[in-house]
Design a protein around this ligand. Structure first.
Ligand code: NAD
Ligand code: IPM
Ligand code: MN
Length: 333
């Protein structure tokens, strides 16, 4: 039975990079793709962000592949909140898994760093924190305006992401978890993270929990906002945001896969966007679907294209988006 995949190309460079990711999946076969037009164009034309029963529709697929959302014509980003954050929340995709892996020493901005030095994962809590949208404004639009935006940290939410981080650490050779919090300043919410970290750590005596050097990072577990920021920096360590892939997971349920980058409006429609983040997100998807060999084939094809400079300009190549996608597809064999 083929896996049924929902594909949401989205806005800006989303459709261009997703077209390359789709080429790669189709070359491997074994999937049935269903494209959904959700995004800024659809919202501006219909007033609809996610259709009625849209989240149920998503749950009916085996996985979701999404490009990026964000368009200058929708300044309040309403559609992205419903489509992207809404899916993370409604499908309870509490693990945002963002591997940071350097594929080629030439791409790293750090001096004398090689691929084995930059190989860690960030596990970003994906369903609470500052992203829940609880808050309000008082006297809005006046000089007396007060804006409140609450950060939510629940025992259950913090516990499940920290436990997941330790489980991931056990599958890796370095077996080290580093928690990034700000408990010295955020004395309530982040004290909860500290407490839960101590509690969970006691169950994983085979995993070490203090490593601070960049080449010693293995698994970083953190809240929603810090995870967003850390993984943008992680993108830079890999050669730029165009290289970074991610998975929004709820183990055992329909999960969503996306490049870390956004819709990059200035690059849209110019055949310059790097498709590697989107293509490596397909590898994460196939791995989650149990197709580990196919995931590795994609990773090896990407590594080979990078080695041969068959890549886009942001990482020093001369190819356009489509040609860079072809270079990877033809290396799958
Ligand atoms: P961005 O990731 O779109 O761009 C940041 C920088 O990285 C830009 O210089 C861009 O040119 C470069 N870049 C990004 N992707 C690239 C690629 N594939 N190849 C080459 N270069 C690439 O972030 P931004 O400019 O802050 O945001 C633009 C829009 O995207 C906003 O509306 C934002 O809200 C949205 N956004 C969406 C997502 C998402 O859907 N997951 C993620 C981040 C930002
Ligand atoms: C990401 C993005 C989103 C986030 C935005 C578009 C809401 O930056 O997936 O990293 O902050 O989670
Ligand atoms: Mn981000």
């Amino acid at each position: 039975m083929p896996h049924r995949i929902a594909v949401i190309p989205g806005d800006g460079i989303g459709p261009e990079v997703i077209a390359q990711a789709v080429k790669v999946i189709q070359a491997l076969g074994g999937v049935e793709l269903h494209e959904l037009p959700w995004g800024a164009d659809h919202y501006l034309a219909t007033g609809q962000t996610v259709p009625a029963n849209g989240y149920d529709l998503l749950r009916s697929f085996d996985a979701i592949l999404i490009g990026a959302l964000g368009d200058p014509r929708v300044p309040d980003n309403r559609h992205a909140r419903d489509i992207l954050l809404g899916t993370r929340f409604e499908l309870d995709l509490y693990v945002n898994y963002r591997p940071v892996r350097l594929l080629d020493a030439r791409l790293c901005p750090l001096k004398d760093r090689n691929p084995p030095d930059v190989d860690f994962v960030v596990l970003r809590e994906n369903t609470e924190g500052l992203y829940v949208g609880i808050g309000g404004r008082f006297k809005a639009g006046t000089v007396d305006e007060i804006a409140v935006q609450e950060e939510i940290n629940t025992y259950k939410g913090v516990h499940r992401i920290i436990r997941h981080a330790f489980e991931v650490a056990r599958t890796r050779t370095r077996r080290a978890v580093c928690m990034a919090d700000k408990s010295n300043a955020m004395q309530e919410g982040h004290a909860l993270w500290q407490r839960v970290f101590r509690e969970v750590r006691a169950d994983y005596t085979d995993v070490s929990t203090r490593h601070l050097y960049i080449d010693a990072f293995d698994v970083i577990v953190t809240n929603n906002l810090f995870g967003d920021i850390i993984t943008d920096i992680g993108g830079a360590l890999q050669g730029g945001l165009g290289m970074a892939a991610s998975a929004n997971l709820h183990p055992g349920r329909t999960s969503m896969f996306e490049p870390v980058h956004g819709s990059a409006p200035p690059l849209a429609g110019r055949d310059v966007a790097n498709p590697i983040g989107a293509i490596l997100s397909v590898a994460l998807m196939l791995e989650a679907l149990g197709r580990v060999d196919d995931a590795q084939r994609i990773e090896r094809a990407v590594e080979s294209a990078v080695r041969d400079d068959a890549v886009t300009g942001d990482i020093g190549g001369k190819l356009g988006t489509a040609a860079a996608g072809d270079a990877i597809r033809t290396r799958l064999a």
